[in-house]
Structures are given as structure tokens and as C-alpha cells.
Design a protein around this ligand. Structure first.
Ligand code: HEC
Ligand code: HEC
Ligand code: HEC
Ligand code: HEC
Ligand code: HEC
Ligand code: HEC
Ligand code: HEC
Ligand code: HEC
Ligand code: HEC
Ligand code: HEC
Length: 309
């Protein structure tokens, strides 16, 4: 029924198709004579028609592919007159613009079709970012013929990214992590998916600022700062998930001992000569550094210089 309604509507709009639609584009390819109605002769399955329930099919929006006077299917698939025409038995159907990394259409041509209308959405930061330079197509992330585009929704977005980012998929499956698997956060919580000015396309200017969006309590300035915290949260945390509680990159004391020598520390017992034995005391084996140095992120206590209060 819905499709039928649209056919009527399209039939009306065909009467006022722009001149270009009945003519040719610069490459000499012809547009089809009747827009979408031409295509429906062969492409009318439900999956295809779902596009009419998306923001791309708003007849009252003059910028939409199905807006008044627009090129409809061919706004994205390019002039397809030849493709939609008759072919002899055994003859190949002339191609038009098809989408995705598997398609024969060069990625820059595909993306150019989308950018024609969306340069301001994806524009400036898209150019030159890792996805652009590695020839990722808009259509690798975006699905245009589905009522709801999975990459636009938190619960379904990570699966789209995991198609290519298997390493991060593995990390999010580890026992301690952000609630990504639970559908409460997505990759876009920390990444600017169309690109950004930072390494790893982070959502904010620095890695720490990205974390402070949600973890404001770790934001300084504090009276006694812990240098690696101010520098970079990922010195100790793996944001995609970890096998250690607290999403730590290593368990304490190893985490801390990566930077701090234990020689001369109060938790190292002295040997018979009265010099440090070099072996950690029972105190350290049973507990860890944080049982004394509770304020690993820094302290505001006047005598908190050793991060113990
Ligand atoms: C006479 C039948 C016919 C008409 C009309 C027709 N197509 Fe097709 N189309 C096909 C067939 C058959 C295939 C699959 C075989 C192929 O890819 O060559 C196809 C494939 C496609 C593909 C996928 C191409 C790929 O390489 O994966 C797109 C996109 C497409 N058509 C768009 C359109 C558009 C847009 C129109 C209207 C302007 C249209 N078609 C009209 C028969 C038709
Ligand atoms: C003829 C112009 C035009 C073309 C070509 C076009 N779009 Fe759009 N697109 C629009 C309009 C208009 C909207 C609705 C308003 C908005 O969100 O900007 C839209 C919306 C969207 C949205 C938001 C959908 C949502 O659920 O909110 C996405 C994503 C999108 N387009 C991706 C694409 C991709 C990918 C391509 C290429 C395959 C493409 N567009 C080609 C005009 C176009
Ligand atoms: C790596 C995956 C990915 C690629 C590649 C990608 N997008 Fe997106 N796009 C997204 C996500 C995720 C959103 C949801 C909003 C967000 O997080 O920025 C989105 C949102 C959009 C929107 C809705 C408006 C907005 O900015 O929120 C448009 C339009 C759009 N993308 C167009 C494009 C175009 C055009 C291209 C190709 C040049 C493209 N996208 C490539 C992931 C991608
Ligand atoms: C907003 C851009 C856009 C518009 C408008 C659009 N398509 Fe598509 N089309 C795509 C993209 C992107 C894909 C790749 C699969 C996907 O994203 O759903 C695609 C895939 C296809 C395919 C291949 C499907 C397959 O399973 O391989 C056909 C056929 C097709 N479109 C026909 C049409 C027809 C017919 C219309 C008009 C009713 C149309 N398209 C309108 C962007 C568009
Ligand atoms: C079609 C494959 C593909 C998809 C889908 C994809 N990516 Fe990527 N992504 C790549 C490639 C290729 C690179 C560059 C090489 C690398 O770092 O692995 C990349 C790089 C990145 C980077 C590193 C950027 C940098 O500057 O170092 C981030 C972050 C990223 N992707 C996030 C995402 C997110 C988030 C999604 C889903 C919304 C996504 N990607 C979807 C292929 C993809
Ligand atoms: C809590 C914030 C956060 C979330 C959520 C997040 N990331 Fe990241 N991501 C980062 C940070 C920070 C980096 C910078 C490098 C690092 O410390 O791992 C990064 C780096 C990356 C890189 C580049 C890795 C490299 O070695 O260059 C990719 C690819 C990536 N993330 C993909 C994803 C994907 C896919 C998702 C969604 C499943 C996701 N990220 C969710 C924070 C996040
Ligand atoms: C979009 C919001 C958001 C952003 C951005 C964010 N987080 Fe989180 N973070 C959360 C949520 C939600 C939890 C889970 C809280 C809970 O389970 O009670 C969490 C938990 C944590 C935990 C505790 C894990 C545990 O097991 O107790 C750490 C550590 C953490 N985040 C570090 C980071 C780092 C580092 C960054 C920046 C790279 C970051 N977060 C960015 C929302 C965010
Ligand atoms: C020097 C190592 C180190 C650095 C750097 C670090 N953290 Fe932590 N973080 C820890 C330790 C240790 C824990 C405690 C884990 C536990 O309780 O098992 C922790 C716990 C957390 C928690 C869980 C809640 C809590 O307070 O116990 C959050 C959230 C968190 N860190 C966020 C951050 C953010 C945001 C940054 C960057 C500004 C950061 N961390 C930098 C070591 C560090
Ligand atoms: C990435 C390296 C790094 C890691 C990991 C690290 N620290 Fe630190 N820590 C530093 C630096 C650098 C300073 C500042 C030293 C200075 O000012 O002389 C510091 C200072 C301290 C101080 C205060 C020392 C003083 O003289 O005031 C304590 C206590 C401390 N760290 C404990 C810990 C604990 C506990 C852990 C594990 C949870 C840890 N650190 C992990 C680099 C690190
Ligand atoms: C039993 C409590 C306790 C434990 C456990 C402990 N510390 Fe300490 N730490 C102290 C005390 C007390 C001081 C202050 C010594 C001083 O002021 O002379 C201190 C001082 C420090 C300092 C400042 C520089 C120095 O050596 O005097 C660093 C760095 C430090 N500890 C790191 C660690 C690390 C790393 C661990 C885990 C391997 C750890 N501590 C475990 C009690 C502890």
C-alpha cells in the first residue's frame, strides 16, 4: 500500500522532472525517462522500498532525493537510463553507481554522490582522515535502504564498526569495560566518526577531555596532581576494555612498578645489613599500592603529596 501511494506521488512528480532528468549528464549517460517508476519495473521488493520510510524520502523537502524536482533513485545511483533499458538475452546490463566496498564503482565516485548533498555534514574533517584515505565508503557505514540506519543507533552502531575493527571488538568482550555490549554507549561516545583533528579521531581536543565529558570528577586542577593522570588517562586505562578490574592496562602493583622503583620505598623490608632487601614486603604482596596510595588520580588534601589521603 505504501509503495502504491508513493507511486502515485512519484507519477505526479514525474510531470515536473527537471530538464536534466530527461536529458543526459556530463558523462553522456542518460537518465531514465520516468525516474523511480522506471526502476520499480525491476526493483520493487520490500527491502528496496523501505527507503520511502527514511529521511531521504520526504517529498516536501526540496533537498531530499525524492523532493520535488529531484532525481529520485538516480540522485544517488547516477544516470541509469541505459541500465534500465532493454538488453538482449546474454548481454550484460550496463552498470550504474552501486555502493559499498565490494562494488565496481570507485569509492571517490560513490562518496561524491553522497557529498553532493552532505558536504557540510561530513565535509571538512572527513577529508584526509583515516577512513577517507583508506577508501572507506559512506555506504560501508551507512545503510540507505533500511527504515532505520543501524550506524545511527547506539544499540546497533558497534556491530557496524566491528565489521572492520576486529581488535576493538575483542576488547569490548573482555570482562571489564564500558557498557558498550550492553547498548548503553557506542563508539561515537568517544570518537568523532566522520573524522576529527586529533589522533584516533577523538570526540574532543585531547584524550583526557574526551573522558571528562562523563568523568568530570577526575578533572583537575588538584593540589597534588599525579603526573601520568594529567598527561593521559590511557597510561593506566584501556578505554575499549580490559581483563583487569577498573579497566586497567595492568594489575597493580605491576601497573605502578612500570614507572616507580621500589628501592628505598617504605613497603620494602630492610635486610640484616639494614639496607633495603629489594624484595617487596608482605604488606605489598597481600595488598597493593592503592591500599596506602588511595588517591591515584591526585589529591586535594593539604598533606596529600604522596597520594595517601
Ligand atoms: C529492466 C530491468 C531493470 C530496470 C528497469 C532497472 N534495473 Fe537495476 N538491475 C537490474 C538487474 C537485473 C540487476 C542485477 C544484475 C546486475 O547487477 O547487472 C540490477 C542491479 C541494480 C543495482 C545494483 C548494481 C550492482 O552492481 O550491485 C542498482 C544500484 C540498480 N540496479 C539500480 C537501478 C536504478 C536506480 C534503476 C532505475 C533508474 C534501475 N536499476 C532499473 C535490472 C533493472
Ligand atoms: C539529493 C540530495 C541527497 C543525496 C544525494 C544524499 N542525501 Fe542523505 N540526506 C539528504 C536529506 C535532504 C536528508 C534529510 C535532512 C538531513 O538529515 O540532513 C538526508 C539525510 C541523511 C542521513 C540522516 C538520516 C537519519 O536517519 O537521520 C544520512 C545518514 C544520509 N543522509 C546519508 C547519505 C548517504 C550515505 C548518501 C549517499 C549514498 C546520501 N545521504 C545521499 C539528501 C541527500
Ligand atoms: C565510520 C563510519 C561512517 C562513515 C564512513 C560515514 N559515516 Fe556518516 N555517520 C556515522 C555515524 C556514527 C553517524 C551518527 C552521528 C555521529 O556519531 O556523528 C553519522 C551521521 C551522518 C549523517 C547525519 C547527520 C550528522 O552529521 O549527524 C549524515 C548526513 C552522514 N553521516 C553522511 C555521511 C557521508 C556523506 C559519508 C561519506 C562521505 C559518511 N557519512 C561516512 C558514521 C559514518
Ligand atoms: C540516498 C541515496 C540512495 C537513494 C535515493 C537510492 N539508493 Fe539504492 N542504494 C543506495 C545505497 C547506499 C545502497 C547500498 C545498500 C544500502 O545502503 O542499503 C543501495 C543499493 C541499491 C541496490 C542494490 C541492492 C542490493 O541488494 O544489492 C539497488 C537495486 C538499488 N539501490 C536501487 C534503488 C532504487 C530503485 C532506488 C529508488 C527507489 C534507490 N536505489 C534509491 C543508495 C540510494
Ligand atoms: C569498511 C571498514 C571500516 C568500517 C565499517 C569502519 N572503519 Fe574505522 N577504520 C577503517 C580503516 C581501514 C582504518 C585505518 C586503518 C586502521 O587504523 O585500522 C580505520 C581507522 C579508524 C580509527 C582510527 C583513526 C585514526 O586516525 O587513527 C578509528 C577511531 C575508527 N576507524 C573508528 C571507527 C568507528 C567508530 C566505526 C563505526 C562507526 C568504524 N571505524 C567503521 C575501516 C573501517
Ligand atoms: C570510552 C571511550 C572510547 C570508546 C567508547 C571507544 N573508543 Fe576507540 N579509542 C579511544 C581512545 C582514547 C583511543 C586512543 C588510543 C587508545 O588509547 O587506545 C581509541 C582508539 C581507537 C582506534 C585506533 C586504534 C589504534 O591502534 O590506532 C580504533 C580503531 C577505535 N578506537 C575504534 C573504536 C570502536 C570501533 C569503538 C566502538 C566499539 C570504540 N573505539 C569505542 C576511546 C574510546
Ligand atoms: C559517554 C560517557 C563516557 C565517556 C566519554 C567515558 N566514559 Fe568511562 N565510564 C562511563 C560509564 C557509563 C561507565 C560505567 C559506570 C558504571 O558501571 O557504574 C564508565 C566507567 C569507567 C571506568 C571504571 C570501570 C570500572 O570497572 O569501574 C573507567 C576506568 C573509565 N570509565 C575510564 C574512562 C576513560 C579513560 C575515558 C576516556 C578515554 C572514559 N572513561 C570516557 C562513561 C563514559
Ligand atoms: C596512574 C594510573 C592511572 C591513571 C593515569 C588514571 N587512572 Fe583512573 N584509576 C586508576 C586506578 C588504579 C583505579 C582504581 C581501580 C580499582 O578500583 O580497581 C582507577 C579507577 C578509575 C575509575 C573508576 C572509579 C574510581 O574512581 O575508582 C575511573 C572512572 C577512572 N579511573 C577514570 C580515569 C580518568 C578519566 C583518567 C584520566 C583523567 C584516569 N582514570 C587516569 C589508575 C589511573
Ligand atoms: C606512566 C608512569 C606512571 C605510572 C604508571 C604510575 N605513576 Fe606514580 N608517578 C609518576 C610520575 C612521573 C610521578 C611524579 C614524580 C615526581 O614528581 O617526582 C608520580 C608520582 C607518584 C606519587 C607521589 C610521589 C611523590 O614523590 O610525591 C605516588 C605516591 C605515586 N606516583 C604512586 C603511584 C601508584 C600507586 C601507581 C599505580 C596505581 C602509580 N603511581 C603509577 C608516574 C607514574
Ligand atoms: C603500606 C603502605 C604502602 C604501600 C602498600 C605502598 N606505599 Fe608507597 N609510600 C608509602 C609511604 C608511607 C610513603 C611516604 C614515604 C616518605 O614520605 O618517606 C610512600 C611513598 C611512595 C612514593 C614517593 C617516593 C618514595 O619512594 O618515597 C612512591 C612513588 C610510592 N610510594 C609508590 C608506591 C608504589 C608504586 C607502591 C606499590 C608497589 C606503593 N607505593 C605501596 C606507603 C605505602
Amino acid at each position: 500500500m505504501i509503495a502504491y501511494g508513493y507511486r502515485l506521488l512519484l507519477a505526479l512528480s514525474v510531470l515536473c522532472l527537471p530538464a536534466a532528468m530527461q536529458a543526459q549528464d556530463a558523462g553522456g549517460q542518460e537518465y531514465s525517462r520516468e525516474g523511480a517508476d522506471t526502476c520499480f519495473a525491476c526493483h520493487d521488493d520490500q527491502a528496496m522500498l523501505a527507503i520511502f520510510r527514511t529521511p531521504h524520502a520526504v517529498p516536501s523537502d526540496p533537498n531530499s532525493p525524492f523532493g520535488h524536482g529531484q532525481l529520485q533513485c538516480e540522485a544517488c545511483h547516477g544516470p541509469s537510463g541505459d541500465h534500465a533499458g532493454r538488453v538482449r538475452r546474454g548481454q550484460e546490463r550496463p552498470p550504474n553507481i552501486a555502493f559499498g566496498s565490494e562494488s565496481d564503482t570507485p569509492i571517490d565516485v560513490q562518496n561524491g554522490m553522497c557529498m553532493g548533498c552532505h558536504s557540510s555534514d561530513a565535509g571538512v574533517s572527513w577529508h584526509g582522515n583515516a577512513h577517507d584515505t583508506n577508501e572507506v565508503a559512506c555506504a560501508d557505514c551507512h545503510t540507505s535502504h533500511a527504515e532505520a540506519d543501524p550506524v545511527m543507533m547506539t544499540a546497533t552502531q558497534p556491530a557496524v564498526c566491528f565489521d572492520c575493527h576486529a581488535e576493538q571488538r575483542g576488547q569490548t568482550l573482555k570482562p571489564f569495560g564500558h557498557p558498550i555490549r550492553q547498548g548503553e554507549m557506542d563508539c561515537g561516545s568517544c570518537h568523532s566518526t566522520h573524522g576529527g583533528t586529533t589522533e584516533s579521531n577523538l570526540a574532543r581536543m585531547t584524550l583526557n577531555d574526551t573522558c571528562f565529558q562523563c568523568h568530570a570528577e577526575q578533572r583537575g586542577p588538584l593540589l597534588w596532581e599525579h603526573a601520568p593522570v594529567v598527561e593521559d588517562c590511557s597510561n593506566c586505562h584501556d578505554p575499549h576494555g580490559s581483563n583487569h578490574p577498573g579497566m586497567l592496562t595492568l594489575r597493580a602493583p605491576m601497573l605502578c612498578q612500570g614507572c616507580h622503583s621500589q628501592i628505598g620505598h617504605p613497603s620494602v623490608a630492610n635486610d640484616a645489613t639494614g639496607l633495603p632487601s629489594g624484595a617487596p614486603s608482605q604488606l605489598l604482596l597481600d595488598r597493593n599500592c592503592m591500599s596506602c596510595h588511595t588517591q591515584v588520580h591526585g589529591s586535594n588534601h593539604p598533606s596529600g603529596s604522596t597520594l595517601m589521603r
